[in-house]
Design a protein. Sequence first.
Length: 255
Amino acid sequence: MRRLRAAFRLARAVLHGVHGLLIVLLLFPALDQRARERRIAWWSAKMFRMLGMRLEVQGRFRPGAKLIVANHVSWLDIMAVHAVCPEARFVSKAEVRHWPLVARLVDSARTLYLERGRARDALRVVHQMAEALQQGDTVAVFPEGTVGDGQVLLPFHANLLQAAISTQTPVQPVALRYADAAHAVSPAVLFTGEITLKQSLWWLACGEGLVVQVQVLDAQGSRHADRRALAAHVQALVAAALDGPAPAAAARAAV
């Protein structure tokens, strides 16, 4: 029965992914940005339901321009933030553009791409981020630079935070945590090493009581900040949030 239920969840998730692609291709050209963001939020939240997961949110994002800084646990992280803050423009690794189906969906959210193998490309992306922030956009980054195991934070790289400092834009930390019925940090969401997207989807569909917890922390000022000190400060805030009790009991909303 468990495998049958997982197969059913997986089929629903794939169909929902195709539905999202049709929305992007057929509806987005006729929609303004606000209408697109409403659909991004709806689609992202529903994907968790299709996989049998529950989304819990604590805290609120500040209005206006901001740089969201989050820990990186899973390829689901972008959807988790988009379900609450659909206007976020993520900085993503350029390889995502080669993922089937996912690439077109990611493009539709005005993603900024970073060539991780090219040292000078970070400077180009920082300039793009600064322009977006000056225009009032929300930009989001995963400063660990890669997916972790959800147990221990990797060091927060400071380079991309320069965009917020240069534009004096607030930085808003976000702590992401995936739990299940038996684990405070669920092994079902692991996406490290040689784990493929196909394997990850199957493990998620097989999960029992999976919950994604999005804890939005207070925005931090960036004016005249040192980027390394700011990165360390934000990392400490996220680490403290993850080490504390799960935010489910105090969740603002469950989607």
